[in-house]
Design a protein around this ligand. Structure first.
Ligand SMILES: [Zn+2]
Length: 222
């Protein structure tokens, strides 16, 4: 029987830690709930749940946000080129929260790609089986990216939010193409490359040089 469990997820107000979803049905009282950190002092984001005398390990979802702080001159609405026709591949370094093993290579996630999780646990944008501890973990991007607005001084703004189960993205690598518009002219800039940490161009309508500098990426719990 497929078992779906939601515990302390992004919707934790709907599913507080003493409740769970099993096979689509909602159970209010579990016979037992304890975090695995009580058992082995690690992967504190997973729980052991017992229901009908069977103990099941559940990995809870943690919501993270990718935040950008950047100095934009003459341009605004900086965002990745990310549509169903041209999906953006968000590149991250990833770490297993069970054993703290880091994936040897950066990985790329698209919000339009669904991958099957084992054991009928549904789908996620990214599914990874850790080579070290063999645990499967996953991540899903929650919504379309939020354009970064030009402000003076520059302030941190969330670009995307994602839900992680059993893994953490530890670093963002801004590979791929970005878009922006001239602040006053609405002039469209495409194929912006941010991998050098700075970008310069010329707004023909304004007759002025534009730039994106001092890029700082951060990943924090949302
Ligand atoms: Zn691991």
């Amino acid at each position: 029987m497929p078992i779906f469990i939601r515990i302390g997820t992004a919707n934790s107000s709907l599913y507080p830690t003493h409740c769970a979803m099993f096979g689509g049905a909602f159970f209010e009282k579990l016979t037992r709930l304890r975090t695995t950190s009580e058992v082995n002092n690690c992967h504190s984001d997973s729980h052991l749940v017992s229901f009908n005398h069977t103990e099941i390990e559940v990995t809870t979802a943690t919501m993270f946000a990718l935040t950008l702080t950047a100095e934009l001159t003459g341009v605004t609405n900086l965002r990745p080129t990310d549509s169903e026709d041209t999906p953006f591949w968000y590149t991250f370094k990833v770490q297993c929260t069970s054993c703290r093993e880091t994936h040897p290579k950066p990985i790329a996630v698209s919000r339009f790609e669904q991958n099957e999780m084992s054991g009928s646990r549904g789908e996620a944008n990214f599914v990874w089986k850790c080579k070290n501890c063999k645990r499967e973990s996953s991540a899903t991007i929650m919504a379309a990216p939020t354009p970064y607005e030009q402000t003076e001084p520059a302030k941190p703004q969330k670009v995307i939010q994602f839900d992680c189960r059993g893994l953490e993205f530890t670093e963002f690598i801004p590979e791929g193409e970005w878009l922006a518009e001239g602040v006053d002219t609405n002039f469209k800039f495409t194929a912006i490359d941010l991998t050098d940490g700075e970008w310069y161009d010329y707004d023909e309508k304004a007759g002025e040089e534009v730039s994106i500098k001092e890029l700082q990426w951060e990943i924090n719990r949302a």
